[in-house]
Design a protein around this ligand. Structure first.
Ligand code: FAD
Length: 365
């Protein structure tokens, strides 16, 4: 069986690895360099932010992936020699207004995943947090990964996999159908390549609706800006979330702080205003961060979708064209389960979660 995957972000590359492991021939096509868009720009938190506010379909994919991630990262490191630095430092949430809902969610859905802790415990975890915080919500199991490293590992594995061909800097341009039928025989690219296959999967993130305009999928870009403090280990020890903004410590002491939520179409420019706001919020949480330089400032386009529920399955109007896109703010955490679900749809084996809520055909009005 041969498949063309359009888009080489975390979704496309993980999908390519899984299908090649099952003996499929894979051609992975990207308009730029694989792993150069949202999957690179993200923070790498292996959890939705405020997870109780999400619907069951997002929680189902997140829970499956969270269980699978440590093993996956070990495999990727063994296969590639690149360590994506999965770190279980836990997530602290300050000033949560709906904490009763959070505690109830934990009790009924994820026992022992979330607890309320007093100031004494909080300052033991984070001695350099600004004084005066009375309590926090604490999720000790939450991990982060260094997503650029995860992407490097995936890329390296695919480069050495004989069943995989990577076609970069060559955007998808169109599809050729078999006569008038719903069956696609090949895609074409802007640099005049024609690639035949049995199946086609769009893992094209924020660009998905623009590539499949007739399919009725509602995927739209949502810009997020991030900054990086060149700090040292010990300034921030955990992922800390306050008023929707977060700081994530890397093992070398650098701190990622994010992120904005901007509806500006495909504009990826960064702004001085966002940089200042992100820096102010991070420094407000950890005043010592003011002593360290901001060495990077970047943005990425999240694939926004209704309620953040991705589209995974057959695209309406086609017999052999599929989509795995629209993961909004959670594509890094949701990727393993989403990719496994897509593989199970293609191969006819047991899905990791109920496929119904993600079925594009059932969601298109
Ligand atoms: C600032 C920010 C912070 C985030 N933080 C987190 C986090 O902490 N945790 C988390 O789980 N998620 C996070 N996310 C969300 C996550 O990054 C995304 O949901 C995820 O990366 C989507 O992966 P993807 O592979 O679908 O998309 P992408 O990584 O964007 O990949 C899509 C690919 O499709 C390619 N493509 C587009 N058009 C074409 C074409 N015409 N032809 C060929 N290829 C094409 C693109 O070049 C790109 O490589 C964050 C996102 C941002 C922006």
């Amino acid at each position: 069986m041969k498949v063309v995957i359009i888009g080489g972000g975390v979704m496309g590359m993980m999908q390519a690895r899984e299908l090649s492991q099952r003996g499929w021939e894979v051609v992975l096509v990207d308009k730029g360099i694989c792993g150069g868009e949202a999957s690179w720009a993200g923070g790498g938190i292996i959890s939705p932010l405020y997870p109780w506010r999400y619907s069951d379909p997002v929680t189902a994919l997140a829970s499956w992936s969270q269980g699978y991630y440590p093993n996956l990262i070990q495999c990727l490191e063994a296969e590639s020699g690149v360590d994506p630095e999965i770190t279980r430092h836990g997530l602290l949430m300050l000033e949560v207004k709906d904490r009763e809902q959070a505690l109830l969610w934990s009790e009924t859905r994820q026992p022992a995943w979330l607890e309320q802790i007093p100031a004494t415990a909080l300052y033991e975890y984070e001695p350099l947090l600004r004084p005066g915080v009375a309590e926090a919500l604490w999720m000790p199991h939450i991990c982060s990964i260094r997503n650029p490293r995860l992407l490097r590992a995936l890329r390296m594995i695919l480069e050495h996999e004989p069943l995989v061909t990577i076609v970069e800097e060559n955007a998808f341009a169109g599809m050729e159908r078999e006569g008038e039928s719903e069956r696609v025989t090949a895609i074409t690219t802007v640099k005049d390549r024609r690639i035949e296959a049995d199946r086609f999967i769009f893992c094209s993130g924020a660009w998905t609706s623009s590539l499949l305009p007739e399919a009725g999928l509602k995927v739209a870009p949502v810009k997020g800006q991030m900054i990086l403090f060149d700090a040292v280990p010990g300034i921030v020890n955990r992922i800390v979330l306050n008023q929707g903004r977060y700081v994530i410590p890397r093992r070398d002491g650098r701190i990622v702080a994010g992120s904005t939520l901007e509806y500006t179409e495909f504009d990826k420019s960064t702004t001085a205003e966002a940089k200042e706001t992100l820096a102010d919020l991070a420094i407000d949480m950890f005043p010592r961060l003011a002593e360290y330089p901001i060495s990077h400032h970047w943005s990425g386009l999240r694939p926004g979708s209704p309620a953040g529920v991705p589209y995974i399955g057959l695209v309406p109007g086609y017999r052999n064209v599929y989509v795995n896109a629209g993961h909004f703010r959670n594509g890094l955490v949701l990727a393993p389960a989403s990719v496994r679900l897509m593989s199970s749809i293609l191969c006819g084996d047991k899905p990791p979660v109920n496929p119904g809520p993600y079925d594009p055909g059932a969601r298109v009005i």
